[in-house]
Write a protein that binds this ligand. Structure first.
Ligand code: FDA
Length: 304
């Protein structure tokens, strides 16, 4: 009950625009520095290099959401382009994750698509891949529509499907052949569109992972859940799914030992590395996911 209340408080905070705006000025606080790789491209690339040296591949995410002016969206687009250029220059093994609300999705659909084109052209030039993160349910259909439009020109783009949504299984079927990151889902969604019980989400998660793997499609399993990871490994062995058809993904700063262990066993392990000053929404969603993360944050708060 208490865990449910604190989860809701953190999820509400994650969507509070005033707090999100204020946090940009605070700098990385409350332990956020342990899960966010600094606030500049240079600091993020430095982290990625270290992770690559440990046998982990990465995806960089320039933090930001709720962009409401064209100028901010253009700035974010340019920042993402500079990030791709910096990755290429540094020769790191890393791709890019983006959120379309940061690129103007709530301002104008075509404007956002133009920004995506600019990012994808740059990624194509450097033979790199861009993942469109999935945001809340209100943005789900439009994200999939834009993905389908972009896929007519680019093969270096994919998205994310959230297992808590009732629609996830049908979406995965329709996205056969497209590289997908599969997750449980991080936002607060209504019982009219999403499973609310962990057991139901877990069951649907395994179902969509199996569906995408069996269809021969490249699958990223993004979870810190050791039970899910064990099941995926067993399933892949049983069905002779080649190791180069899937990868595991985890967030920077979480279950580092498990990340290294999977890499040592020869599995591709990608670390999602967020950076930048717009850290508040991301950090609040992580606190909502796991009550123990609060202790982690408090430790960071007191050690500041
Ligand atoms: P979950 O939180 O369900 O935990 C299951 C169990 O695993 C726990 O009970 C515990 O035993 C263990 N565990 C979990 N975390 C642990 C830890 N830190 N230490 C020790 N044990 C731990 N969401 C979204 O909506 N859109 C998106 O685009 C993305 N993108 C994304 C990328 C990547 C790389 C990841 C890893 C996750 C996302 N997510 C996401 C978030 C995702 O939807 C989900 O909210 C979180 O990953 C939490 O769910 P888990 O499957 O990790 O385990």
């Amino acid at each position: 009950m208490l865990a449910e209340v604190s989860k809701n408080v953190f999820l509400h905070a994650s969507q509070n625009k005033v707090l999100n705006k204020a946090a940009k000025k605070w700098g990385l606080r409350f332990g956020a520095g342990q899960v966010v790789a600094g606030d500049t491209i240079e600091s993020a690339i430095k982290k990625v290099k270290q992770l690559n040296q440990q046998g982990l591949v990465c995806t960089l995410d320039h933090l930001g959401e709720f962009v409401s002016s064209k100028a901010e969206a253009i700035e974010a687009t340019q920042y993402n382009i500079r990030t791709l250029e910096a990755m290429n220059k540094a020769g790191v093994n890393c791709n890019l994750s983006v959120k379309m609300t940061q690129l103007g999705l709530d301002i104008n659909r075509n404007f956002c698509i133009e920004n995506m084109h600019r990012i994808l052209q740059t990624a194509k030039k450097y033979n790199n891949f861009v993942r469109i993160d999935m945001e809340d349910y209100a943005h789900c259909q439009i994200t999939l529509d834009i993905l389908s439009e972009l896929r007519q020109t680019y093969d270096n783009v994919g998205t994310v499907i959230q297992a808590y949504l009732f629609r996830a299984e049908q979406d995965v079927k329709e996205l056969k052949g497209i590289p997908l990151r599969l997750v449980k889902g991080a936002y607060q969604e209504s019982p009219t569109v999403a499973y609310q019980e962990k057991a139901e989400v877990d069951r649907n998660y395994m179902k969509i992972i199996e569906e995408h793997l069996l269809s021969g499609s490249y699958t990223a399993i993004a979870s810190h859940d050791h039970n899910i990871i064990d099941e995926v490994i067993k399933f892949a062995k049983k069905h002779h799914i080649p190791r180069n058809q899937f990868e595991f993904q985890m967030l920077y700063g979480f279950r580092t030992d498990m990340q290294l262990n999977l890499a040592k066993q020869g599995y591709k392990m990608r670390v999602y590395v967020p950076f930048g000053n717009d850290w508040f929404g991301y950090f609040m969603r992580r606190l909502a996911e796991r009550p123990q993360n609060v202790a982690f944050a408090l430790k960071g708060f007191f050690s500041k």
